[in-house]
Design a protein around this ligand. Structure first.
Ligand code: MV4
Length: 448
């Protein structure tokens, strides 16, 4: 096992990784920008190294500084967290080239899944269900037209290098295809430096359901069930649940079996998440993320597993000590992402947190790097706390979340706590019957 792990991240996820390391007897190295010198992840780590000025490109994305920090502190491995360098195949390669272990998938798999067309190609070959669409990149507008006629409008043109909603254009009918083709390619070129695009049937009222997997270096692949992440606004998730209110155990097992068999064939390793759209009882793969995700705690609560410890053990070469049939799902978990934003306008609200009080009690977990007197810097993601609850059933989890939200205090800055309270109080949310479009309308109705 590793003696020392460098955590190439900040905020709650750096803390999350640190906690797993501590319990495993592994020492930790925090890296931080000058804006984060007093951050909780720096305070708790065994050692810390300043890697640059506040802008992420000069610090948390500064590969040379991070690798130097790993070398001078004698770290054995690097955990990238999420965001920043977590899905950068080149970074994973450089970590390994410096004689360190990258706690994540192989560079080749990171690269494959980063190319959304290559990812779909792989899943097609592995018999994972896909959204109907072009067999690969579109070569011409004529090809786009022909495929759209065949699979029927509406269609979506997406950037191959995209993901997370960037570089996507809908064509509702034949009159819109030329414009969608042109705009998608232009946006893809300017955002990613790559104008390759592909086409899919546009699903107009899906849920976003993702499957968590883990694979070791010995051919074992298991899944930990799904998360329902349909409650999002502008591609920012607000609330996630495990399991999905719409899925049966049989659906979960069928999809899980298909996916784990497929990933075993391509030799995937470490953690991964497959994103699906779910509509009319059908799953359709859209993308795969090759990192630990923000919302991983809801899976941990229902599956009774520590995904970060598993990632570390896998990277150290240990086999999974269990098989799929050992994995059981218990109750229901919900996560609220609390951000330093105005709860109505979503304007960023960095600044000093005068008072921070975390809720507690049975079935309540808070993943946060906040403390009373901490100043939320303006340079990074606005996530300040994840409030996670676990209870025997979805209604009990909602009741527990409402209670925990009431207890929680983050004073001095604006946060999305009031929005979360309104969502939990809403009868439609409680019914479980919503799509990816529900939250946008809910927010608009609150703005009046
Ligand atoms: C789609 C779609 C409808 N049909 N693909 C948005 C982010 C990216 N990961 C994929 N996205 C979508 N792809 C087809 N064929 C609708 C979305 C989408 C979405 C997906 C998941 C969660 C929230 C979303 C919000 C808007 C659009």
């Amino acid at each position: 096992m590793f003696g020392k792990v460098l955590i190439a991240n900040r905020g709650e996820i750096a803390l999350r990784v640190h906690r797993a390391c501590q319990e495993m007897g592994i020492r930790t190295v925090a890296v931080h920008s000058t804006a984060d010198a007093t951050a909780m992840h720096v305070r708790l780590a065994d050692e810390s190294v300043c890697i640059g000025p506040p802008p992420a490109r000069d610090s948390y994305l500064n590969v040379a500084a991070i690798l130097s920090a790993a070398t001078i502190t004698g770290a054995d491995a690097v955990h990238p967290g999420y965001g920043f360098l977590s899905e950068n195949a080149r970074f994973a390669e450089m970590v390994e080239a410096h004689g360190l272990k990258f706690i994540g998938p192989s560079p080749d798999h990171i690269r494959m899944m980063g190319d959304k067309i290559a990812a779909k190609d792989a899943m097609r070959r592995l018999d994972v269900p896909l959204v109907p669409g072009s067999p690969g990149a579109l070569d011409s507008l004529d090809e786009a037209r022909a495929i759209a006629e065949q699979i029927m409008y509406p269609v979506l043109i997406k950037a191959a290098a995209g993901g997370g909603g960037r570089g996507m254009k809908v064509a509702r009918d034949a009159s819109e295809i030329e414009e969608a083709w042109r705009v998608a390619r232009t946006e893809a070129k300017s955002a990613f430096g790559d104008d390759s695009v592909y086409l899919e049937k546009y699903l107009d009222r899906p849920r976003h359901i993702e499957l968590q997997v883990l694979a070791d270096n010995h051919g074992n692949v298991v899944h930990f069930g799904e998360r329902d992440c349909s409650l999002q606004r502008r591609h920012q998730k607000l609330v996630e649940e495990a399991g999905s209110p719409v899925l049966t155990a049989a659906d979960r097992e069928a999809l899980g079996a298909r996916v784990t068999a497929g990933l075993s064939k391509i030799g995937y390793r470490n953690a991964g998440t497959l994103e699906f759209l779910w509509q009319d009882g059908q799953f359709a793969f859209i993308e795969m993320n090759t990192r630990l995700q923000v919302e991983h705690p809801v899976t941990e609560m229902v599956a009774g597993i520590d995904l970060v410890k598993e990632q570390i053990r896998i990277a150290a070469g240990e086999p999974l000590g269990y098989t799929q049939t050992d994995i059981r799902f218990n109750g229901h978990a919900i996560e609220c992402r609390i951000t330093a934003e105005d709860p109505e306008t979503f304007a960023p609200s960095p600044g000093r947190v005068n008072t921070y009080h975390a809720p507690g009690g049975l079935g309540v977990r808070v993943d946060s790097a906040l403390y009373s007197g901490y100043t939320v810097p303006p340079h990074y993601d606005s996530l300040v706390a994840k409030l996670i609850v676990h209870a025997p059933s979805r209604p009990e989890a909602i009741a527990r979340m409402r209670r925990a939200l009431n207890e929680m205090v983050v004073a001095g800055i604006r946060t999305t706590l009031p929005l979360h309270q309104a969502v939990m109080d809403d009868a439609e949310f409680q019914s479980g019957d919503y799509t990816i479009h529900w939250l946008e309308r809910f927010v608009a109705s609150r703005q009046g």
